[in-house]
Design a binder for this molecule. Structure first.
Ligand code: F6P
Length: 563
């Protein structure tokens, strides 16, 4: 056990009790309509410009006093101290006995020597790997790195799962307009063979580079898919006559078409990938916090080193803001603390993220791992039970698709679902529909939704539209549904870096209040272990005998129907 101070039980602090009293008062009288009417400067007072993003917190169920009490709670649980401990490389991931230093991945080279872990200069190490990644990516982008037939690379097939997939695929989708080298990326994650079958269908093996991404290089899905990719590549190359059937030509093809990203370079070599074609990272980078490490190699290839460096600057700028801004005015810390407010006082169970930007269509899925694998826990970092509800179910879809699907429940359902809206003033593809700027039409929807959620529509307003009395209740919108709006100038690499770092820190803030080690993930282990025990039972009666009745029943069905 490391020497991290025991978590402070938030529920026993004076700030928590003050928040409870404040909540009880607000419940009696607070409405967003009333708050905006009473204070014409509310929007201004509760919004924050952070680099190239504007955070509007004014449509939250909060007053200036709420934010100040939440900041007190942050101080009471030692948020600032734990933040310093994390950024300086102390071993705060207690159950894995590791430092938590994703923030070192985006520090400038001039910070070399500032963060040491067990005697190692982590910033210097980060920049060594970045330099290798950038040099490799330039070779691929310029056509100097070729496949076995001498053709340049046009496709990257990236194989990984969880943090070794969700971050890169989300960022690749988000930054597609910046992919300028004629190289596309395809991501395979699921062990379901249909995933790789469908995704390799359009690829030309001669011009494909496979990147196998796995922190541990032991993950079943990734190794199975990497072997499938090897078989696919070799059989395609043999079929086209690009290589012959010899071991040597296969090895040459693997050397030119396969690279790896991992912390376990010995296992990369065992798999048959030349360690010279491997890019390392470190145990102090959690999988779901790793998109800005070598895990982002596909991005460096598709977007180029300059764009990737801009992405890293976005992350770093958000880190600096998070560290240097007093909690009361720190939009990042406040977003995390407001989430605590909704989970622990309003008893919200889920949190919806609604990007009004099609390029962010994988952002909610990315956030699901980031937030839920981090904070879905019942035990605190010293092994004692959590003392309050923890975790939130993050979900979402890009607007306006969500509007025609699940917004009904957010507007008129019985659950409180705090929402984060994300939109940008500029778009990559401007379009006119007649005289109408389509981006303005899109943004009009974003603003309309936040307004409808906050202010609703009263029975009198519904009646005034001539609605028959019996139908009035169905058409009333209660309002008072909280949302935060994040409005940026454009979805640049810099802005994306800021957004990712924002949610990393929001997750950290919530985890700190709950006393959780947000950097371990023991909850994924049991399923992996049981899958290993169950799989033989599909064909082995002795293994089937060991299973529970429900598993036996389902396997019986399988045996009966599998053709
Ligand atoms: O599912 C658990 C997990 O360990 C994630 O935390 C991680 O991102 C993912 O598996 C992939 O792990 P690896 O990068 O080691 O293959």
């Amino acid at each position: 056990m490391t020497s991290v101070p025991a978590p402070i039980d938030a529920t026993q602090t004076a700030s928590w009790h003050a928040l409870q009293r404040h909540f009880d008062d607000m419940r009696r009288s607070f409405t967003l309509r009333g708050a905006f009417e009473a204070n014409p400067r509310r929007a201004e007072q509760l919004s924050f410009e952070v680099n190239d993003l504007l955070f509007d917190l004014s449509k939250n169920l909060a007053t200036g006093e709420t934010l100040s009490l939440l900041a007190d709670l942050g101080r009471a649980v030692g948020l600032e101290e734990r933040r310093s401990a994390m950024f300086s490389g102390q071993i705060i991931n207690t159950t894995e006995d590791r430092a938590v230093l994703h923030t070192a991945l985006r520090r400038p080279a001039s910070d070399a020597g500032k963060v040491m872990v067990r005697g190692q200069d982590v910033v210097a190490d980060v920049h060594d790997v970045l330099a290798r990644m950038y040099a490799f990516a330039e070779k691929v982008r310029s056509g100097r790195w070729t496949g076995v037939t001498g053709k340049g690379i046009e496709h990257v097939l990236s194989i990984g799962i969880g943090g070794s997939d969700l971050g890169p695929v989300m960022a690749y989708e988000a930054l597609k307009p910046y992919a300028d080298a004629g190289i596309d990326c395809t991501y395979v994650s699921n062990i379901d063979p249909n995933d790789i079958a469908e995704k390799t269908r359009h690829l030309d093996a001669e011009t494909t580079l496979v990147i196998v991404v796995s922190k541990t290089f032991t993950t079943l899905e990734t190794l199975v898919n990497a072997r499938a990719a090897k078989r696919w590549l070799l059989s395609e190359l043999r079929a086209s006559g690009a290589i012959d059937g010899t071991e040597e030509s296969a090895a040459q093809a693997i050397a030119q078409h396969f690279v790896a990203v991992s912390t376990a370079l010995d296992k990369v070599a065992e798999f048959g990938i030349d360690p010279r074609n491997a890019f390392g990272f470190w145990s102090w980078v959690g999988g779901r916090y790793s998109v800005d490490s070598a895990v982002g190699l596909s991005l460096v290839i598709a977007l180029g080193p300059d764009r990737f460096a801009e992405l890293l600057r976005g992350f770093h700028d958000m880190d600096v803001y998070f560290c240097e801004t007093p909690l009361e005015r720190n939009a990042v810390a406040l977003m995390g603390l407001l989430n605590v407010w909704y989970v622990n006082f309003h008893h919200a169970k889920s949190h919806v993220v609604l990007p009004y930007c099609q390029y962010l269509h994988r952002f909610p899925a990315y956030l699901q791992q980031l937030t839920m694998e981090s904070n879905g826990k019942t035990v605190r970092w010293d092994g004692t039970p959590a003392t309050s509800d923890t975790g939130e179910i993050f979900w979402g879809e890009p607007g306006t698709n969500g509007q025609h699907a699940f917004y009904q429940l957010i507007h008129q359902g019985t659950q409180l679902v705090p929402a984060d809206f994300i939109a940008f003033a500029n778009t990559a593809h401007a379009a006119m529909d007649g005289e109408q700027d389509v981006h303005e039409l899109f943004l009009g929807n974003f603003l309309a939704q936040t307004k409808a959620l906050a202010f609703g529509k009263t029975a009198d307003e519904v009646r005034a539209e001539g609605t028959p009395e019996w139908m009035v209740p169905a058409r009333v919108f209660a309002g008072n549904k909280p949302s935060t709006s994040i409005f940026g100038q454009a979805l640049t690499p810099h802005a994306l870096g800021e957004l990712i770092a924002l949610y990393e820190h929001v997750t950290f803030v919530e985890g700190t209040v709950w006393g959780i080690d947000s950097y371990d993930q023991w909850g994924v282990e049991l399923g992996k272990q049981l899958a290993g025990e169950i799989t033989p039972a599909f064909h082995d009666d002795a293994a089937l005998d060991l299973q529970d009745p429900s598993t036996k029943l389902l396997i019986g069905y399988y045996r009966e129907h599998r053709e």
